[in-house]
Design a protein around this ligand. Sequence first.
Ligand SMILES: Nc1ncnc2c1ncn2[C@@H]1O[C@H](COP(=O)(O)OP(=O)(O)O)[C@@H](O)[C@H]1O
Ligand SMILES: [Mg+2]
Length: 255
Amino acid sequence: MRGGAQSHLMRCNDGEYYVVKFRNNPQHQRVLVNELLGTKLAEHLGLPVPPVRVVEVRQELIENTAELVMQVGNAREPCSAGRQFGSRYPGKPAETAVHDFLPDEQLDDVENLGAFAGMYAFDKWTCNTNGRQAIFFRGPGSARYQAWMIDQGFCFNAQNWDFPDAPLRGLYARARVYDGVRGMDAFEPWTARMKRTSEDGTLDQMASAVPLEWYDGDLDALFALLERLVRRVARLPDLILEARNSYRRPFRNWT
Ligand SMILES: Nc1ncnc2c1ncn2[C@@H]1O[C@H](COP(=O)(O)OP(=O)(O)O)[C@@H](O)[C@H]1O
Ligand SMILES: [Mg+2]
């Protein structure tokens, strides 16, 4: 697949297709932690994301598949075996076209466009230091597009887990997706859910499902990350307002 992590599209033994990020991707192995934790968290909040799984890739498969390599500079190394991160492809690649971008006119045909506001609140909470990324596809028999929010790899600031907030971080490149935003009301149902989620033990539960080898078993670092998430929830309205007031004015209808 395109992208800095050099993911691979693979069919898994549940019969579904997954975009698999490997531990030895050129970014960092912690992006797998961010993907699993971040996407599960977004799913729990009711945001549209792909189903994600821990995918076991056998050594034998890597040895017998010439394409399963990472290109790092001029060097090539085999993809790592064992537990990796998988993000489900919507349907079958031969039947379902997936778009990384849609032109503005077609964004109006996206059924769940309102979810971009919720995802912005999520990206503020998790301090996603990448722009927001999504894929668009039409389900079987549907005339309209669905958006799925993908690539949570740079939530918590990639491998740094240090939350360097800045107003424009986490925004989607097209302002059109935020045209439904007319005030803080657009974000409040989402930030309320985030607050509840930070208090009900969900975070610990999700963290315990992350393979230890993805973060070298550094439980102290993982727990520190969760603690900071809990503390940050109270600052969400301020973080959102900073973006609203920034020179780029990302929310055109919030006057
Ligand atoms: N669940 C998915 N279904 C279909 N395509 C996907 C999915 N996840 C990622 N992709 C595709 O793979 C590309 C790379 O994935 P991404 O998560 O953005 O990794 P990177 O960290 O390399 O940017 C995306 O641009 C998108 O085209
Ligand atoms: Mg990406």
